[in-house]
Ligand binder design. Structure first.
Ligand code: FAD
Ligand code: NAD
Length: 480
């Protein structure tokens, strides 16, 4: 890495919360020469979430989709400070963030405050459970790298326990029943990866479970993948049927215990029937909820009174009711879906905004200096030259100040649905062509689209190597 400029007390302090899609896109494009940047996040890496479902079965190894934050900040022009901690409170009046180190190893100091001039909140969201009893205690989520590792272990644990000596038939069926709640893209992609694992590897290495292993997807609404077109929803449901994944739509989970879920299914005649479904592994993927630190911030601001899904922001992503605080990604509430695509475009936008704010300030300072020179000058030729310079600088100032509001450009939605297939709703060439496709070609497109999106060259090579390894040797069935 290159030599870096030290922090400069004359520059403004920009504190960035989070190291996800929004904050990292901002950091990558931000000219750190103009600010003292401080990043606070409990996760010292960026996680490429679109490939997280592939880590649950070992199609891709988890470290291949993690990019160390230290690699990213060490390449910036000016040094960037990083604290591995959670922001526990944003104090708007005092302009400080309270931070806590909740990691296993703590020093004498594990709680402190960080002052800011500007603050970007990119802390993402947490898993929604809708207060349904038993979910947090018994289900796995699929949001962080640890979740994928836990699922991978539990799948193999269920399998080894099902094949334990003298295991009862009923217990075998329970242990080998993998239930996924939520038919959004997370639930669909995970169910697909799991069924692939079974068909391509488990069936071969553990033949005794071949007739019993079962994946069921439970969705409260009448269909899965609501953000996709009708044709692709049908294609997905048909593909799942062919792959033997059972899809239970119009079925709402009401309660969870350690071995079963209680559901309420709506029948064709509109009547509701209660049912208990036994499971060995339960994966909960019912979308996003607002994080505590964000809820607390919203509570401090009367302007956020009516916001429910997250921080309400204006067209420039400034948090309503604040000055100098911005929010992006899943913790903000905008008209867009909470996706990586939106968060990363917002991060790029904020980088442009901060870069142009710094340029504006620099030009304004230069203008002040020229003006003072002009006032003091008595030489006509020098005065004319200074006036011309001031005019030119004034024109360039109005140009850098003209930053248009954030606008999202939707590139399309892609989801892997198993058996080498993917669905894609694409929106290209400024929306002029919108195509909805499914099938093997889409799958190839899906893979290449993701490989080209994974940020660093190092990660691209790691992901490609994992795919090749899986093709050549299959997935690893050891439980570690
Ligand atoms: P995140 O990426 O979640 O990052 C939040 C960051 O904040 C993390 O670094 C976290 O550690 C940190 N943080 C948390 N709490 C605190 C705190 N108190 N203080 C400081 N930092 C904190 N979207 C797509 O567009 N395409 C896809 O294919 C896709 N696939 C997905 C697959 C899965 C399995 C999942 C779970 C999501 C997927 N998404 C996809 C959605 C996408 O990941 C999110 O929309 C995106 O991550 C949002 O970015 P973000 O920066 O707001 O939050
Ligand atoms: P989601 O909000 O998209 O879907 C959650 C689903 O769970 C909903 O369909 C909801 O009806 C269902 N549900 C809620 N409560 C339920 C209950 N009690 N019982 C049964 N079903 C219940 O959540 P997600 O799939 O985690 O996605 C979150 C965000 O991340 C979305 O914006 C999504 O677009 C994005 N994402 C995108 C991709 C992709 O593009 N490939 C992949 C993963 C996530």
């Amino acid at each position: 890495p290159p030599e870096q400029l030290p922090l400069d007390p004359a520059k403004k302090t920009l504190v960035v919360l989070g190291s996800g899609w929004g904050s990292i896109s901002l950091l990558k494009k931000l000219d750190t020469e103009d600010y003292n940047v401080v990043v606070i996040s409990p996760r010292n890496f960026f996680l490429f979430t679109p490939l997280l479902p592939s880590c649950t079965t070992g199609t891709i190894e988890h470290r291949s989709i993690m990019e160390p934050l230290r690699h990213i900040i060490r390449h910036k022009k000016r040094a960037v400070k990083y604290y591995e901690a959670e922001a526990t409170k944003i104090d708007v009046d005092r302009r400080v963030v309270k931070i806590n180190d909740f990691s296993d190893i703590k020093g004498n100091v594990s709680e402190t405050e960080v002052p800011f001039d500007y603050l970007v909140v990119g802390v993402g969201a947490e898993n929604a459970t809708f207060g349904i009893p038993g979910v947090r205690e018994n289900a796995c989520f699929l949001k962080e790298i640890g979740d994928a590792q836990q699922i991978r272990k539990r799948v193999m644990d269920c399998i080894e326990t099902a094949t334990f000596k003298d295991q009862t038939e009923e217990e075998k069926d329970r242990l080998l029943h993998m239930v996924v709640v939520g038919g959004g893209p997370t639930g669909i992609e995970f169910a697909a990866e799991l069924q692939d694992f079974f068909e391509e590897d488990l069936r071969k290495w553990v033949p005794d479970i071949a007739d019993r292993f079962k994946v069921t997807l439970v969705e409260a609404l009448p269909n899965v993948l609501p953000m996709f077109s009708k044709a692709l929803i049908e294609y997905t449901e048909k593909t799942f049927k062919d792959e033997n994944i059972s899809v239970r739509t119009k079925t709402m989970v009401k309660k969870v215990t350690d071995k079963n879920i209680e559901v309420e299914a709506t029948q064709a005649d509109g009547s509701k029937v209660k049912e208990n479904i036994n499971y060995g592994l339960l994966v909960w993927a019912t979308g996003n909820a607002v994080r505590g630190v964000v809820r607390d911030l919203m509570g401090q601001l009367p302007a956020q009174k009516n916001s429910r899904r997250g921080l309400a922001v204006n067209d420039y992503l400034v948090v309503d009711g604040t000055d100098g605080i911005w929010a992006l990604g899943d913790c903000s509430a905008t008209k867009y879906a909470p996706t990586a695509q939106v968060a990363s475009q917002q991060g790029n936008f904020l980088a442009r905004l901060f870069n142009s704010m710094a340029k504006t300030q620099a030009v304004e300072e230069e203008l002040r200096r020229l003006d003072q020179q002009l006032q003091a000058s008595t030489d006509e030729a020098e005065k004319a030259q200074l006036t011309a310079e001031i005019n030119a600088k004034g024109r360039s100032l109005s140009k850098v100040k003209q930053l248009s509001p954030f606008e999202y450009s939707h590139q399309g939605s892609l989801a892997y649905i198993g058996a080498d297939r993917a669905v894609a709703d694409l929106n290209w060439f400024g929306g002029a062509i919108s195509s909805a496709t499914g099938g093997e070609l889409t799958y190839l497109f899906w893979r290449s689209a993701y490989v080209s999106m994974v940020f660093s060259l190092r990660n691209r090579i790691l992901v490609l190597t994992d795919w090749l390894k899986t093709k050549a040797f299959g997935r690893d069935v050891s439980r570690e």
